[in-house]
Design a protein around this ligand. Structure first.
Ligand SMILES: *Cc1c(COP(=O)(O)O)cnc(C)c1O
Length: 378
């Protein structure tokens, strides 16, 4: 059985160090906001070239805290791709705000900046006051941030990067976390940098955003304990998770290199097949953290049959995401860009994610690619 994501091999590398880190927490007993949390925030700040890092309870909460920090109000709008995980859009309605769905680029899977103007006009026609844009670094590659940031500047919008999958990648040699006003990532176990539970972090150079998010993640607490400045939530990270992440962060740069190597091997072997399968495309500005290795199947290949066939050979695959967000019941009422979402619709029918993790060997990749070829030709 080839694992879709191999957390066991990773743990084997650092198990004794993680055990020691957990032991330290058990000894000092500060399970909430212990010293490991501050240490992790400092190291993540250096890694992502961000002045302020706030670790919190999940990637979704990091997005929510970022929106609180940005001051998003009920009835205001945020432009967000329809081809993404539910978290990206669910945080707006939670604050009474409105997601406006925009299409993605058919090669990069990411928000298409040339469609921003249409999305904004669509919202304005409906009388929605758009405040910001949320690009998503889907499958590990950051969105094309320069044109997105330029558009935002010209229209007085902020940009919040949903980097739950793209943390560890770069854009024009700048690390994700530093590409716009505020960024959020997730430490869900299966993400490129994951812990052993739920966790997330927010990154910004803006002191005010940080202060509000920091206060909000502990019930809106002010400078004095048990004095409250605002309505907040409980969104703290556990100290044990921070301790685990400190050891994972140490090997993260090496793992990112290994992930790139895995992607290179996939590209090499898949492109030899000549079956019309499209391998992932990186724009010249960016690197990817390869949260997923996602191919696009031609229309004449039946995805369900292929998945079944691979499953029978113990090769797991996944479809991220089979249904555009705007097609799910809770999201049906929100506006979609006037120009439509044709790439989103196409990709949701044709994408397939293959096993991806730093420890995937070339021989396993050859086996996977051979199995794909056999399944299709039969
Ligand atoms: C995983 C993910 C999130 C949410 O992260 P959680 O830690 O699970 O809350 C948000 N956006 C995207 C694109 C994700 O993949």
């Amino acid at each position: 059985m080839i694992p879709f994501i191999d957390l066991k091999s990773q743990q084997d590398q650092i198990r004794s160090k993680i055990d020691k880190r957990i032991q330290t927490v058990l000894d000092h007993g500060q399970y909430i906001l212990g010293p490991e949390v501050k240490e992790l925030e400092k190291k993540l700040g250096l890694f992502s070239n961000s002045k302020y890092v706030l670790c919190c309870s999940s990637g979704t909460d990091a997005l929510l805290l970022a929106l609180l920090g940005l001051g998003l109000k009920p009835g205001e709008g945020v432009i967000v791709p329809a081809f993404t995980f539910a978290s990206s859009a669910e945080v707006m309605p939670l604050l009474g705000a409105i997601p406006i769905f925009i299409d993605v680029d058919s090669h990069t899977f990411n928000l298409d900046p040339t469609k921003l103007d249409d999305a904004l006009k669509t919202a304005n026609k409906l009388g929605i006051n758009v405040k910001g844009i949320m690009p998503v670094g889907l499958f590990g590659q950051p969105a094309d941030m320069d044109p997105i940031n330029n558009f935002a500047k010209n229209h007085d919008l902020w940009v919040l990067d949903d980097a739950a999958q793209s943390f560890g990648s770069t854009y024009n040699n700048k690390p994700v976390g530093s590409l716009c006003e505020v960024s959020a990532t997730s430490f869900f176990p299966a993400k490129p940098l994951g812990c052993y539970g739920d966790g997330g972090a927010l990154f910004t150079n803006n002191e005010k955003i940080y202060e509000i998010a920091n206060s909000s993640h502990v019930h809106g607490m002010g400078k004095v304990r048990y004095e409250y400045d605002r309505i907040g939530m409980n969104a703290r990270i556990s100290t044990i998770q921070a301790a685990i992440l400190l050891e994972k962060l140490n090997i993260f740069p090496l793992e990112l290199k290994k992930r790139q190597n895995v992607a290179d091997n996939y590209n090499k072997h898949l492109n030899q097949l000549n079956l019309g399968i499209k391998t992932p495309v990186l724009i010249k500005e960016s690197t990817s953290s390869w949260a997923q290795y996602t191919i696009i199947l031609p229309d004449d290949i039946n995805r369900d049959t292929l998945q079944e066939n691979l499953k029978s050979k113990n090769i797991p695959t996944a479809v991220y995401y089979p249904i555009p967000l705007n097609k799910h019941k809770p999201y049906e009422k929100y506006p979609i860009s006037h120009e439509g979402l044709s790439n989103t619709v196409y990709l949701s029918k044709n994408v397939l994610s293959l096993p991806m993790h730093p420890y995937l060997s070339e021989s396993d990749i050859i086996l996977i690619v051979k199995s794909i070829a056999e399944a299709i030709k039969n």
